[in-house]
Ligand binder design. Structure first.
Ligand SMILES: Cc1cc2nc3c(=O)[nH]c(=O)nc-3n(C[C@H](O)[C@H](O)[C@H](O)COP(=O)(O)OP(=O)(O)OC[C@H]3O[C@@H](n4cnc5c(N)ncnc54)[C@H](O)[C@@H]3O)c2cc1C
Length: 542
């Protein structure tokens, strides 16, 4: 067990082990982490960014590309803000929406000035709503992060956080997957920007999104919020992982014999598709797509066509089988609870941004995909980076003189001899969270049964030994997925109603008395309780 294992007492350092001192450590190099690192560095502090993969190509944005919540015309803002309030179950906040719209506006114009190739709108102006060239966006962000003087460690996943004697976060430890060995970064403040958790469902760009940041945050005592809103499922050809959904607005969904499935649709009729998929395949035809859109679609979302081109299918003239892939909290809205405008968590020295943080503040309990998440990632990252830099500056030289210890609690013990097979644990969690009749259509019975099995999995891995470096990452990913699933279902159990994307079969209606956010947390004993603050109680569905 590594609790109380003082970093300064480490004796087994090898040549390739890295020990770095910084003011701010950013964990995760998607848009949220890149904006955080950039904005911390321009405050004049020393910043290190670590990524599990390669900052610039790893994560959901780099592979998928995003539309962004950008509303330039102040008169259209009211409509833009109101549009998801009801869908989100009235758990969002106007003040947060306004500041995200302002920040995203500024950041998008900054991207334009840095040279991001925005497409042109019909008036011949840059179309700031589209960052669909995700790889281009993230390549540009990496360049700016480098220019700002940030030290980037690629292929260097964080495994656990460091804490000082007073309970403040003071850095992190991880492994170097390509160079070999370990890294330790002691820092005044840490920003967690590790993205969401899609439970290795094979959705596009989600192979690295296993909830690692949630587990690390919970191990230092941080809380989650909105974890019941974690069951986003996205449409994809059954033979592919590309979950880009914009074009399914023209889709017709059919049974195998070609009969149209009544009520099935990509926006409102997804549950009908899921229900049908429980017993038989579902086919999709895009033949109603207007002629002029077909060519244009190729230019703005070329990745949508890749699986079709590879399989020799013309999606506009041929039917193809579809499925729904779990994207969990990636296009859901749950995540680490933030407690103020700076994106601080409840633990001193720890900040959260992007999908690692809750997005209920701007989209309530409905999906953050489609534009909100992208605006949130760049805004929350920007604020978290700035606040982390200020916090580190206040600590000054004292920051790195602190006695620190690592606080990981699962799959990192140096005292235990018990090991587990990460692949088996991952399959066991997936069996609880991927099926539609468990996670999409929730019931008291199903949640209770799943939780019993998930709690038992947690007990199995809880005090397990740190495996060899080659297994260290999958072991921590497995632990993070088990922990995430437990906060999800414990929150889902506590919300005895249907709201946002949380669809409870035993409580099919929205209940005014539950119009509160649900916070959750804990490792051995998982808990969930309603936040006492009133949320938009004047706004209710009539
Ligand atoms: C196919 C698809 C399409 C989407 N389209 C839209 C859209 O049109 N509009 C919209 O608003 N949203 C969209 N989304 C959601 C959007 O992509 C995410 O909200 C956004 O990427 C979040 O940014 P992030 O930086 O928080 O996370 P990510 O972009 O996922 O990046 C997280 C990073 O953290 C790293 N990481 C993870 N664990 C660790 C660790 N232990 N140590 C170090 N690094 C770690 C990962 O390698 C990754 O680089 C889409 C998502 C998908 C999957």
């Amino acid at each position: 067990m590594s609790t109380s294992q003082l970093v300064s007492e480490q004796t087994s350092a090898t040549v390739s082990d890295l020990n770095i001192e910084a003011d701010v450590l950013v964990i995760g190099g998607g848009p949220a982490g890149a904006w955080a690192a950039y904005n911390a560095a321009v405050q004049g502090v020393r910043v290190v960014l670590v990524d599990k993969g390669y900052c610039g190509s790893s994560g959901a944005t780099a592979s998928g590309g995003t539309s962004v919540w950008y509303v330039a015309n102040p008169e259209q803002r009211e409509t833009a803000m109101a549009s998801r309030e009801a869908l989100g179950g009235f758990l969002s906040e106007r003040s947060w929406m306004e500041r995200v719209l302002d920040r995203a506006h500024a950041n998008l114009h900054q991207l334009g000035s840095w040279g991001y190739p925005f497409p042109w709108d019909q008036q011949g102006k840059p179309y700031y709503r589209s960052l669909q060239q995700g790889a281009e966006y993230m390549r540009l962000m990496r360049k700016q992060v480098n220019r700002a003087g940030v030290q980037i460690l690629d292929h260097s996943p964080a495994l656990e956080l460091l804490m000082d004697q007073e309970g403040a976060v003071a850095g992190a430890k991880g492994i170097r997957r390509q160079a070999g060995g370990r890294w330790t970064v002691r820092a005044g403040a840490v920003v967690i920007a590790t993205g969401g958790c899609a439970f290795l469902s094979k959705a596009l760009g989600c192979n690295v999104l296993t909830g690692d940041g949630y587990l690390m945050a919970a191990e230092v005592g941080a809380q989650m919020s909105g974890m019941e809103f974690s069951n986003a499922y996205a449409l994809t050809p059954a033979f592919a992982s590309v979950t880009k959904g914009a074009f399914y607005r023209w889709a017709t969904f059919t049974y195998e014999d070609g009969t149209v499935i009544e009520g099935a649709g990509s926006q409102r009729g997804r549950s009908v598709i899921a229900k049908t998929l429980l017993t038989q395949p579902v086919y999709c035809s895009l033949h109603e797509t207007p002629e002029e859109v077909r060519a244009w679609m190729r230019t703005i979302q070329h990745n949508f066509f890749l699986p079709f081109d590879r399989s020799g299918i013309d999606p506009f003239t041929q039917r193809f089988p579809v499925t729904l892939r779990l994207e969990g909290t990636v296009r859901g809205t749950g995540g680490i609870r933030i407690v103020d405008n700076s994106c601080a968590t409840s633990v001193p020295g720890l900040y959260a941004a992007g999908d690692a943080a809750t997005r209920e503040l701007i989209c309530g309990g409905f999906t953050g995909g489609g534009s909100y998440n992208a605006a949130w990632a760049m805004s929350s990252g920007y604020w978290a980076g700035q606040a982390a830099a200020e916090y580190a500056c206040q600590l000054g030289a004292k920051a790195n003189q602190r006695q620190v210890h690592s606080v990981g609690q699962a799959a990192v013990s140096s005292e235990s001899s018990h090991t587990f097979n990460p692949q088996e644990v991952i399959r066991a969690v997936q069996a609880e969270v991927l099926p539609y009749n468990r996670n999409l259509f929730r019931t008291e019975r199903g949640l209770k049964d799943s939780l019993e099995r998930l709690h038992s999995l947690w007990r199995e891995i809880r005090h397990s030994a740190a495996p060899a470096d080659s297994q260290a990452l999958p072991a921590r990913e497995a632990a993070a997925m088990v922990a995430t699933a437990r906060w999800m279902y414990t929150s889902a159990q506590a919300r005895k109603e249907t709201r946002g994307m949380h669809k409870h079969q035993d409580y099919p209606h929205q209940d005014f008395n539950q119009q509160y956010r649900l916070i959750s947390g804990g490792l051995d004993t998982v808990w969930a309780k309603f936040e006492q603050e009133l949320v938009n109680r004047e706004l209710v569905a009539l």
